[in-house]
Ligand binder design. Structure first.
Ligand SMILES: Nc1ncnc2c1ncn2[C@@H]1O[C@H](COP(=O)(O)OP(=O)(O)OP(=O)(O)O)[C@@H](O)[C@H]1O
Length: 397
């Protein structure tokens, strides 16, 4: 994935943040990502995967031993070379724990970021930032007199008041309740339309990442494993490791066979048709593949394929008997309006899992132990490459 330095430099548009950091220890890093102006990039990965370290490096608070950080045509950091101070980089940062000055009211907290303005203008400008985050009536409250959501909005206003060239958000909504979180997410979505700067957000919440981010970068052990639009990451994870990190089950292995109709995946009794990705592999190759749950169509085995499918994921273009395989419902867990179905297949020690609307489960009278058929849509099956240790499906790791 790593491109030569010249190619990477050329790829930088005006104002694009380009991060390429490596070091063997004490915190191993091999991370490369970019974020354009007006774009929101979410860094996701398990605890300890280096997300905060990468944000701190961008802000100028940590210096890895290798790599570089650029913003537009400015070289902020080059290992062994120049290193701009945090002040010169002008990065706005919002942390999970607000980090407000407790002895200053909301307006004065924001004014601390306005040191570049004449003193008499600071309070006025701070007030306009408070209005921007809908807190103009709370200007004289101290942090302990504000709710978590309000404190976070002050912190965001303070970060933006610097007129930063890059905004970094480290789990900004994780300390607030669910309702406040949703409101802050909506506010950020609206606010970012007015900010034409790169925004890099760390989050543990995959729903938040896919709702807010233009692109997601998946990290593990300090390495960037994949970056792309949320739909790309969730439909086409590059490896079983990425699928596991983004909590996607349904990674399997099968053997490539060349039949009269072209290449197929031999999987138990079935030969699965795959729309793309099988080219170039030799007969007998063991391939790791993944099917997103949206491309698994459940049908009852005792019904003909003419019947409506029972899955909530409807696809106008689907051929209902495409890649039909038989399975048994091993587990059916009802969680409110959504039920999770786990299927066992005779030939496969891995199970298949997907969610369905609970009302569909009830209407179809699905029960544990029942034999069903599922169609695995050929367009959805994603080939990850030759099966290796990395292709061990999630449940085994
Ligand atoms: N000053 C340090 N010296 C050595 N190791 C450190 C230091 N700070 C953090 N680490 C380690 O570096 C790794 C990355 O930490 P970091 O805080 O960047 O991860 P993270 O992905 O942000 O985690 P979390 O999601 O839990 O906040 C962790 O293993 C951590 O223990």
């Amino acid at each position: 994935m790593t491109q030569p330095e010249t190619a990477r430099s050329e790829a930088v548009g005006p104002g694009t943040l380009l991060v390429n950091l490596t070091q063997p220890s004490p915190i191993p890093l091999a991370a490369e990502f970019r974020c354009g102006p007006g774009e929101l990039l979410a860094l996701v990965g398990p605890s300890g995967s280096g997300k905060t370290t990468l944000l701190r490096s961008i802000a100028g608070l940590y210096r890895p031993s290798g790599g570089s950080i650029r913003c537009g045509d400015e070289l902020w950091y080059e290992a062994g070379g120049q290193c701009w101070s945090p002040q010169r980089r002008r990065v706005g940062m919002v942390f999970q724990d607000y980090a407000l000055f407790p002895h200053l009211d909301a307006r004065a907290n924001i004014a601390t970021a306005l040191g570049h303005l004449p003193r008499d203008q600071r309070h006025q400008r701070a007030m306009s930032w408070l209005e921007m985050v809908h807190l103009e009536d709370f200007a004289h409250r101290y942090p302990h007199q504000l709710s978590g959501g309000q404190r976070q909005r002050v912190a965001l206003a303070r970060a933006l008041a610097r007129e930063p060239r890059v905004l970094l958000l480290d789990e900004p909504f994780s300390a607030v309740d669910q309702v406040t979180r949703r409101r802050l997410q909506r506010e950020l979505a609206l606010l970012r339309e007015r900010l034409n700067i790169p925004i890099v957000m760390v989050t543990h919440d995959l729903n938040e990442a896919s709702a807010l981010a233009d692109r997601i970068c998946v990290l593990h052990g300090g390495r960037s494993l994949q970056q792309g639009a949320p739909s790309e990451i969730f439909r086409r994870p590059v490896s079983a490791e990425v699928a596991r990190l983004i909590d996607r089950p349904n990674v399997f292995t099968a053997t490539l066979v060349h039949g009269a109709d072209g290449p197929r995946l031999a999987w138990g009794d079935w030969q699965l048709e795959v729309t793309e990705g099988l080219e170039g592999y030799a007969e007998g190759s063991r391939l790791a593949w993944y099917v997103p749950e949206s491309d698994i169509i459940l049908q009852r085995a005792d019904r003909s394929s003419q019947h409506q499918d029972e899955n909530q994921h409807e696809d106008e273009n689907q051929h209902q008997d495409e890649n039909r395989v038989r399975a048994r419902i091993e587990q059916l867990v009802v969680l409110g309006g959504v039920s999770t179905i786990t299927l066992a297949l005779d030939h496969e020690h891995q199970t298949m899992r997907f969610d369905m609307a609970t009302h569909t489960v009830r209407r179809s009278q699905l029960l544990r132990g029942q034999v069903v058929e599922v169609s695995l849509l050929a367009t959805g099956i994603h080939i990850m490459g030759e099966a290796s240790q990395d292709a061990i499906p999630p449940e085994e790791i």
